[in-house]
Design a protein around this ligand. Structure first.
Ligand code: HAS
Ligand code: CU
Length: 584
């Protein structure tokens, strides 16, 4: 059986390098995760509380930027190459984007890790959301810019490959995996404009000392313009695997290709004009605009509900092919001993919990209860921390043998690892959600004050802490098992990969889907109009009230105070004075 690495050796090399880069980031992120979970719950303190935000920034950035996006580019390169049956037009260009992304990651890592030593004054304790008034060293912003430029170039390379394919196949539909890559990249191009403006026009000049101040609300809004779509940027490679690989692993075929296309188009249209749902509590944006954004967010649930239907229907089809019967009896016929299958299915299950908590977040009135509480890290860890991360780990058990040509060293350790992740996340996030509901704050090293007990939701904070610490430790152990399995597999040369990489056609194929779905220009144009409607007035208001480079302090003392207090709640009371100092 010929595998991917035999057919496309040079592409397989880039994909391998992307995966290894991603796993290095996962290693760092997992170590930092363990340190902070034990610190916050006061079980064991490896560090001083003054270093807590350095650890938290490292954990966030290495996990949700480096780990996820390096894995994404590997999966996308695999998806484009295998579905178009051709490599990039120029492989040197491919190595260039990989190089630019790597350089950017190294700069960001140096800017963060230098915060642990007093030998230099470089530090970037700004958390993964890096809003003003927190300020990072210029290297941090430069690294991020390079990283994003690397992803833009990667997208350009995939579009370029598709254009050459189209010349050879003028009347054919875009193969589904490539369709998913291209639509995701359109969403990414549109949304990264926000963060590019925020960094290049404001944050970088400010950290270089070229301007004295910035308008925190403007940079926050530009960040969230990008910050909501970025969560789907992490999610779309997981969806790509759920739609294309999970049905096959279940023993069947994708239920509907047209429905899958509709889902990805809905993400282009609706991912960006919802970012303000992260700012319901920000003063300075009129309630009416927030209400519109809430409505858009509720519409945005649709593609995920469609996904739940299509993916579970495909799994059921597979189970019935394997002899499964009954309303629910078919669940038993699924291949639960296969770590790739079980990992992805459990990731999907956890995504349902996370999806429902997302609906709570998105409701303006309920958001006031959960914003900036421990509930939010609960949501984050069910979503990117499991739906995405666990799918990537499960997907690695299927993909890594194909791109290395090596057999997975231990399937049983793989199976144990994915189940362990599931158990760990259930303990950790359940306690985070409950803690958040009684007001325990997020992003603080010292939540050990009293008054959170509230029967029957929370018996005692000690019980919640124990569950969070236990869950976090299990997640760390699970990550170690995964990384160990991958490391041994990388060196397991001379073995046979034993993975069948072919993907069966969908039950309802592209011939059933209207051609207009492949009109990418049309969907991009509609997306831009929706963004203009959602953002032009709030942005105009923010600039009018607060100025491009910061509010006029004399004219708006109350406004400045309100912004600094709201930002302060996100970080810690310790930094209140320094934040005031920067703004005023
Ligand atoms: Fe979110 C905050 C709303 C999805 C990540 N979100 C965050 C933050 C992160 C994040 C990182 O409206 C914190 C940012 C920060 O640091 O401040 N989120 C939503 C909504 C959705 C949603 C409505 N979020 C995600 C995804 C993420 C992610 C995906 C990462 C990958 N989120 C919010 C809001 C906030 C927020 C507010 C701000 C909160 C605040 O106050 O700060 C929706 O997209 C969710 C839709 C999902 C579903 C579930 C469908 C179920 C499926 C499962 C199928 C089952 C299978 C398996 C395949 C409706 C598809 C079956 C298995 C068998 C065995 C049969
Ligand atoms: Cu969001």
């Amino acid at each position: 059986m010929s595998t991917f690495v035999d057919e496309y050796p040079s592409e397989a090399r880039v994909i391998r390098m992307s995966f290894w880069s991603s796993f290095v980031a996962l290693t760092l992120g997992a170590v930092f995760g363990l340190i902070q979970v034990l610190h916050r719950t006061d079980v064991y303190r490896f560090i001083d509380s003054t270093d807590y935000y350095t650890v938290l920034t490292g954990h966030g950035v290495f996990m949700v930027i480096t780990f996820t996006i390096f894995f994404l580019v590997g999966v996308f390169q695999w998806a484009v190459t295998s579905s178009l049956e051709r490599g990039p037009v120029d492989i040197r260009f491919t190595w260039m984007w990989y190089g630019v992304m790597s350089l950017g990651s190294i700069l960001v890592a140096v800017a963060i890790l230098a915060g642990f030593t007093d030998a230099t004054d470089v530090s970037s304790d700004v958390l993964f959301t890096f809003y003003a008034p927190l300020q990072a060293h210029p290297l941090f912003y430069i690294g991020l810019v390079l990283f994003v430029i690397g992803t833009w170039l990667a997208g350009a390379s995939w579009f370029w490959t598709w254009w050459t394919w189209k010349d050879d196949h003028p009347d054919e539909r875009i193969p589904l995996p490539t369709f998913m890559v291209l639509t995701t990249m359109i969403m990414w191009y549109i949304s990264t404009i926000g963060v590019a403006i925020s960094i290049l026009a404001f944050l970088l000049p400010w950290s270089l000392g070229l301007v004295d101040s910035v308008n925190p609300l403007l940079t926050r809004t530009l960040f969230w313009y990008f910050g909501h779509p970025v969560v789907y940027f992490w999610l779309m490679p997981a969806y790509l695997l759920w739609y294309n690989v999970l049905p096959k692993l279940s023993g069947g075929r994708l239920f509907s290709d047209p429905l899958a296309r509709v889902v990805f188009i809905l993400f282009i249209l609706l991912s960006t004009p919802v970012g303000i749902h992260h700012q319901y509590m920000d003063p300075g944006i009129a309630e009416g605009f927030k209400f519109i954004v809430m409505t858009n967010t509720m519409f945005l649930l649709l593609p995920s509900f469609l996904t739940a239907f299509t993916v579970v229907a495909s799994m059921e089809h597979g189970a019935r092919q394997r002899g499964g019967e009954g309303y629910f009896g078919w669940l038993g016929a699924l291949p639960w001993r296969d770590p790739s299958f079980t990992g992805m299915a459990l990731a999907g299950l956890v995504f349902s919990f996370g999806g429902f908590t997302g609906i709570v977040n998105a409701g303006m009135s309920l958001n006031y209860l959960v914003h900036n509480t421990f509930w939010i890290p609960g949501h984050i860890h069910t979503q990117v921390g499991t739906a995405v991360a666990l799918t990537f780990m499960a997907g690695s058990y299927w993909l890594v043998p194909q791109v290395t040509g090596n057999q997975l060293v231990s399937r049983s350790v793989g199976l144990f690892q994915v189940v362990l992740w599931f158990v760990g996340i259930v303990f950790m996030t359940n306690a985070m959600y409950r803690g958040g509901l009684v007001g325990i704050p997020r992003r603080t090293a010292e939540p050990q004050y009293q008054g959170f007990e509230y029967e029957p939701l929370v018996g005692s904070v000690a019980e919640l802490d124990a569950q969070v610490a236990l869950g976090g430790t299990l997640l760390f152990l699970s990550a170690v098992l995964f990384l160990w399995n991958m490391l041994l597999t990388a060196f397991n040369s001379g073995s046979e990969p034993l993975v069948d990489g072919t993907l069966p056609p969908a039950l309802s194929g592209p011939e059933d889907s209207p051609r207009v779905l492949d009109n990418l220009k049309l969907w991009t144009a509609i997306a831009l109009v929706l963004i203009l409607l959602a953002y032009s007035m709030p942005l105009a208001g923010i600039i009018q009230d607060g100025g491009l480079f910061g509010p006029n302090v004399d004219a708006f003392p109350v406004f400045v105070d309100a912004v600094s207090t709201s930002v302060d709640a996100t970080v810690s009371s310790v930094s209140l004075e320094s934040i005031r100092g920067i703004i005023t």
